[in-house]
Design a protein around this ligand. Sequence first.
Ligand SMILES: [Zn+2]
Ligand SMILES: [Zn+2]
Length: 168
Amino acid sequence: MTLSTSAELSIPASCYCGAVKYIVHSLPTSPPKLCHCTNCRKAMASGVQWAGYMPASSIEILSKETVKGFARCQSFFPGVVAFERCFCSQCGSRVWNVLVKEEDGRQVRYLGVFPGLFDDPDDAKIEGFRPKSHLFCGEEVALTQWRGFDEMQLLEGFSSAKTAKTDK
Ligand SMILES: [Zn+2]
Ligand SMILES: [Zn+2]
């Protein structure tokens, strides 16, 4: 469910198997980016990572399922003191990134959430989640040669709702 202002925002998100569920109560505090770096590609098993970062307190975790984290390459950017990619211990789906930054002498914890996990795809259309830039384009696998997605055929009539829920 989506409302117009950040204060009222309530976006349900969950992992592939549904064991990890959370509610996003804030828009990203900086414009989301599409990251093409090798680490993001490997971690997401995808051409890009689409993430929006917000203070950790903006996310309400509803599930008790264990979330595992994997830390590597934590110093891409100035001020970043820790970075961890977290995933559901049941299905392995990525659930969020943890980013700890030093700001004005104190450490602030951010979570990076993935609009791809939003339960209602329309929530990912909220302007605040719109990716505004590409990052690490020199490492991209698909952007250049597949630019022009709008010219691709749209295959209608498929729904994942049934298949996603039947294997448990
Ligand atoms: Zn899961
Ligand atoms: Zn990246």
